[in-house]
Write a protein that binds this ligand. Structure first.
Ligand code: NAP
Length: 482
């Protein structure tokens, strides 16, 4: 199957922080693929900007090298690379001075869609917003893209929202959570709202519990300083896992317009119960074959920051009261795996007798690796010998189902094209981000006040043993990681 590609309008996209890791590793390869696919039009132009003094030719050489590196996606051909390099330019600007902004103004075209991607440290978001408007670079239709983290807590998120609101309207601000750009995550909405099959069962009466897992095998790596100041709750749960929970739990929006979808997500966040410290397990990885312990890796052996967290949260609304959501995420775990599992309740009565073997029906939505879905159902075990039951997986790998021609696009490809199209559905609204912090701040304050400690866990394991107890005491089990 070949994807239908509709080109976006001509645009000028200014990538601020163009020499940085994210721009080189994600943003430019994503744009190059969209050009190769015909979605980015020939009139699309990308202007890289950062403090480094560089000629456009030097910058192009830097991007060319990045495009050659295997970032885990399909390789980019030499012809596609060459075509992309003709579409990019470079200018040196400083977010903290007026240097370079006049030159940038001279490079922008008045009659095309204009967007600024703030791929810099969050401390510079306010400076950039101010320079862009003060130098007259923003039209009423200009969009800005803001990277994560969006604040460190409710207070800082509010302050950041207020700074951006001084210069831009909410309709101009695109707060990125790249999880929302993943194909499977969008598919979640299609599965829920384009099929009649699941909706009647999608509530506390039929769903026993939900497990959301984002497991990584890597450690904190080059992000040590940032990570040790944040931890898994701020880095993953407050944003990515929260967004996944919202898409599972939200009511059907009345249409697929951005605010209709975001209104429903916001209602879920507001209905989340506070989390008791007994319902939280925090952990820190020890040394293993792939690297040092967490404390050594962040060069802070006394650190109390969690590299793993598991928690149980309820949702106080009519649909979900009584169905717990178990969330877990961590680094240096047994496998790299992200999935959402909806575990249904047992049938109310077994006609096959007391001894029949039951496994619950489970719908698993895999985000990585091998994006796809599995539905576990009970069938009769084939052959003579009576009615023995067995559970089997109805398995759908998107890559297989959609054929070899179909490349699943990287989240950034989808999200950047949405910015140019002016579609905010997959971006977080300011009030959504604030509500997520309003829920997570007291959770964090609880352990800072002597609540859940960070327990050691072996690198390459499934996390601290106490995480298993969190479910076992409710008569449930985590799904295996990997
Ligand atoms: P980075 O590698 O440190 O790059 C930062 C960029 O900002 C560089 O291009 C730097 O270039 C530029 N810069 C620094 N000071 C500047 C100034 N005063 N004026 C103009 N440009 C300036 O950071 P990154 O990893 O790419 O991260 C960028 C943003 O994305 C951050 O908000 C981060 O939290 C977020 N993010 C990153 C990742 C990732 O995988 N890297 C993932 C999720 C979110 P010069 O030194 O040449 O100015």
């Amino acid at each position: 199957m070949v994807a239908r590609v509709i080109p976006v309008d001509p645009f000028d996209l200014v990538v601020l922080g163009a020499t940085g890791d994210l721009a080189q590793r994600k943003i430019f390869p994503a744009l190059c693929r969209r050009l190769a696919d015909g979605q980015m039009p020939a009139e699309g132009r990308i202007i890289g900007a950062a403090r480094s003094a560089m000629t456009p030719a030097e910058f192009k050489a830097m991007v060319a090298e990045s495009l050659k590196v295997d970032h885990g996606a399909a390789p980019i051909s030499a012809a596609d690379r060459a075509a992309f390099l003709t579409a990019i330019d470079y200018v040196a600007v400083d977010a903290r001075s007026d240097e370079g902004w006049g030159a940038l103004a001279g490079m922008l075209r008045p009659d095309v869609t204009r967007a600024f991607y703030f791929s810099v440290a969050p401390a510079l978001f306010g400076d950039l917003a101010q320079r862009v408007t003060e130098h007259g670079l923003a039209t009423p239709e200009t969009r800005i893209v803001v990277e994560k983290p969006f604040g460190h807590d409710l207070e800082t998120a509010r302050a950041l929202n207020a700074i951006l609101a001084r210069h831009f309207t909410e309709a101009q601000i695109y707060r990125i959570d790249h999880y929302l750009g993943k194909e499977t995550v969008q598919n979640l909405m299609a599965v829920r709202f384009a099929n009649i099959l699941f909706e009647p069962l999608w509530n506390a009466r039929f769903v026993d519990h939900v497990q959301i897992t984002v497991a990584e095998t890597v450690g904190v790596g080059g992000r040590a300083e940032y990570y040790d100041h944040s931890g898994a709750m701020r880095d993953m749960v407050q944003n990515h896992l929260m967004q996944l929970l919202c898409l599972i739990a939200m009511e059907p929006p009345f249409n697929f317009e951005p605010d209709a979808v975001r209104d429903e997500k916001l209602k879920v966040i507001r209905a989340l119960d506070p989390v008791a410290q007994d319902d939280i397990v925090r952990g820190q990885y020890g040394a293993g074959p792939d690297g040092p312990s967490y404390g050594d890796e962040v060069e802070n052996p006394q650190s109390t920051t969690e590299s793993y967290i598991a928690l149980k949260v309820g949702i106080s609304n009519w649909r979900w009261k009584g169905t717990p959501f178990y969330l877990r995420t961590g680094k240096r775990l047994a496998a790299r795996a992200s999935e959402i599992a909806v575990i249904f309740r047992d049938p109310p009565h077994s006609i096959f007798g007391e001894d029949a073997e039951w496994r619950e029906n489970v719908l698993v939505i895999r985000l990585q690796p091998d994006e796809g879905m599995t539905l576990r159902v009970m069938i009769k075990e084939p052959g003579p010998g009576g009615m023995r039951l067995k559970d089997v997986a109805l398995d759908m790998s998107f890559a297989e189902a959609l054929g070899d021609d179909m490349q699943i696009p990287d989240a950034y490809e989808r999200l950047i094209m949405d910015v140019i199209r002016g579609n905010q559905t997959l971006f977080m609204r300011g009030d959504e981000v604030e509500a997520a912090w309003a829920w997570s701040d007291p959770v964090i304050a609880g352990w800072q006040d002597g609540g859940a400690r960070a327990l050691p866990y072996a690198a390459g394991s499934a996390g601290p043993a106490a995480a298993a107890d969190l479910l076992q005491r409710d008569g449930r089990l985590w799904r295996e990681i990997g």
